[in-house]
Design a protein around this ligand. Structure first.
Ligand code: ACO
Length: 370
């Protein structure tokens, strides 16, 4: 019995969890896995081709395709926002899983381009009508979705929550310098989401993971607060809010990716005893086809088992992994029980990997991105 705070007072009875409270849903030991049971995605309508970019910067379709594999990217137009794209993707994941909005306990939105710096996830919660869910943002650039998936899985494994929507959504067209040919050709807008459900340990869909950060190399890739000051009164001044456009040392990031991604995946395979030959799919952050090819080579993965939609959408930052997952699930490439090696990497610098097993219902073949 805890000591009363006021001497002589009766200690308050321990609060009894209401059945409506997500944290009361499970005992910590009952379910210790997190199953991937639904997915969804959303894209802006406008598709900007490499050819159309030639009118903006000194570039060519040949340069962009040969260096990156990118052929086009989606750009959000009026009325299309991180909130609207994230809500559409999450709504599709919800429907895939067969959940109602009220079933959702947790909404984690990975984004580096929020509609509101105070948090965009609550807007998504409201748009979905998922009133019981706690909703918050997580920022880790292009590693964001994987970090959010791993984070959500911990809440499910601990018994705190039963159902989570994990979303990766970015609108980097807001923050690209459209006069910088080294970066503006790379990025696109979009959103993807996964529905994650608590399950028995034997059915766990997040078999192993690793997460890393190296802030000493932060300058390689930034979308940083500007330094402008505005005078206040006397000797006081305050920083003016606002971010400078994306700046990237492409070669450094490239070298970092082709070194760290194979290392993190190799560590996961060694940890689990799974052989690369047993993987069904390589699902990497979609930044550059040359990076995908280099990692695939390292594990002798044939090209048909390496998922890529770079040609259509470019680098949608936190959205790439769930967007690609959704496409491959809905067109029937990824089947229930398939084993997926995934890795995210990017600004921070940050990187991580996870071995995932897809457990969503089969047979939902529809065009998610139409
Ligand atoms: N069109 C034509 N020429 C170009 C373009 C362009 N769009 N962009 C750059 N060039 C030129 C450069 O100016 C340079 O010319 P110079 O030699 O006369 O100066 C030349 O092409 C070579 O430039 P590099 O930067 O060396 O080109 P590189 O082969 O490295 O390719 C790229 C650049 C595609 C960016 C590559 O380095 C890359 O993919 N890096 C990794 C990016 C990445 O993975 N990011 C992931 C994280 S994103 C995130 O976290 C938000």
């Amino acid at each position: 019995m805890p000591e009363p705070l006021v001497p002589g007072a009766q200690p308050a009875p321990a609060p009894q969890p209401s059945p409506d409270e997500p944290s009361a849903l499970l005992s910590p030991t009952s379910l210790q896995g997190a199953a991937l049971v639904g997915c969804g995605s959303a894209l802006p309508v406008a598709s900007l081709s490499n050819g159309e970019l030639i009118g903006l910067v000194d570039t060519s379709d040949e340069w962009i395709r040969s260096r990156t594999g990118i052929g086009a990217r989606r750009v959000a137009g009026p009325g299309e926002t991180v909130t609207s794209l994230a809500a559409e993707a999450a709504g599709a994941a919800l429907a895939y899983a067969g959940w109602l909005p009220a079933d959702v306990d947790l909404i984690l939105l990975a984004t580096s381009s929020p509609d509101d710096l105070f948090g965009t996830a609550p807007r998504v919660q409201a748009a979905l009508g998922a009133n019981r869910a706690v909703a918050f943002d997580l920022t880790a650039a292009c590693s964001g979705f994987l970090f959010a998936l791993i984070t959500a899985a911990q809440y499910l494994r601990s018994g705190s929550f039963r159902r989570a929507l994990v979303i990766g959504a970015d609108q980097l067209s807001r923050w690209v310098d459209w006069e910088d040919r080294r970066t503006c050709v790379l990025f696109g807008d979009g959103a993807g989401a996964v529905a994650l459900q608590a399950c028995e340990a034997a059915a766990d869909g997040v078999l192993a993971f690793r997460m890393h950060s190296d802030g000493s190399r932060n300058a390689c890739l930034t979308l940083a607060q500007g330094e402008q000051q505005r005078p206040l009164v006397g000797q006081y001044s305050a920083q003016v809010g606002g971010f400078s456009p994306i700046r990237m040392n492409g070669q450094e990031v490239y070298k970092f990716a082709v070194r760290e991604v194979p290392a993190v995946l190799a560590a996961l395979l060694a940890h689990t005893g799974i052989a690369a030959a047993d993987l069904d799919w390589l699902l990497l952050h979609q930044a550059n086809q040359r990076i995908l090819d280099a990692v695939a080579d390292r594990f002798a993965m044939p090209p048909e088992r390496v998922l890529s939609n770079l040609a259509s959408y470019g680098n949608t930052s936190a959205a790439t992994i769930p967007l690609m997952l959704d496409e491959a699930v809905r067109d029937g490439r990824i089947q229930p029980g398939h084993l997926i090696a995934s890795s995210g990497f990017g600004a921070g610098l940050s990187w991580g990997g996870a071995l995932l097993r897809w457990q969503g219902r089969p047979g939902l073949r529809m065009n998610a991105t139409a």
